[in-house]
Design a binder for this molecule. Structure first.
Ligand SMILES: O=C(O)CCC(=O)C(=O)O
Length: 216
């Protein structure tokens, strides 16, 4: 994707919400992908999330540290195989803090450690509806890393699921951080562009790794 007329640039999409392009290099992406493949294995591996209304999320998910299910956290995969959630590794927390420092500056790095990772896997048809990350008891910035296929990431406002919003293209290696006045903004993924992952990565589909501080 180096043939663009204009180079992609880092952008502040909303106050406290910053898109950093190409944050992970090819080697870092491969290493994170290998870790995601391990985490996706059972027990407490990749699962389909069912919503209370009887629907299913099209992106499949695995969690580290705390297991998210609609709409709370547990220490076991209560809506999966019931196994204890896999531990949240220190190196991933360090990556999260570095991401916040690079995107929002050193003063925005939270005092409390990152202790939740949600890893979402999207095939070509998967989507994620507009929602807020509101089940945590801490206001630390959310860190979002993308691997594989490009997606359209819709970043909205704190009041409604609808406009105004900004559509951002997230590519493999991109970082998106949202905190401060944007911490509770609605966001979602209306589209994945199949077949757009970097050739050397070895991933068909898209992975998103979202890091949060639980405050639990
Ligand atoms: O896949 C993405 O980029 C967004 C994921 C997300 O919004 C979430 O896990 O809450």
């Amino acid at each position: 994707m180096e043939d663009e007329l204009f180079p992609r640039e880092r952008a502040e999409v909303a106050p406290g919400a910053v898109h950093v392009v190409d944050w992970l290099d090819a080697e870092e992406q491969r290493a994170l992908l290998a870790a995601c493949r391990d985490w996706a294995r059972p027990p407490a591996g990749l699962r389909t999330v069912r919503t209370p209304g009887g629907g299913t999320m099209t992106a499949r998910q695995v969690c580290l540290g705390w297991h998210w299910y609609p709409y709370a956290y547990a220490r076991t995969a209560v809506d999966g195989d019931g196994s204890p959630v896999k531990p949240f590794p220190d190196w991933l927390g360090a990556l999260g803090r570095r991401a916040v420092a690079d995107a929002l500056g050193p003063d925005a790095v939270p005092a409390a450690p990152y202790d939740i990772a949600l890893i979402n896997f999207y095939d070509g048809d998967a989507r994620m509806g507009m929602h807020r990350d509101a089940d945590e008891k801490a206001d630390a910035p959310v860190v979002s890393l993308s691997l594989g296929d490009t997606c359209v990431f819709r970043f909205g406002n704190t009041g409604t699921r609808t406009k105004p919003y900004t559509d951002v293209e997230l590519r493999s290696g991109d970082l998106f951080v949202f905190g401060g006045p944007s911490r509770l903004a609605y966001h979602g993924v209306p589209r994945v562009r199949p077949g757009t992952a970097p050739a050397g990565l070895g991933l068909a589909g898209r992975l998103n790794i979202t890091l949060r501080v639980s405050g639990l």
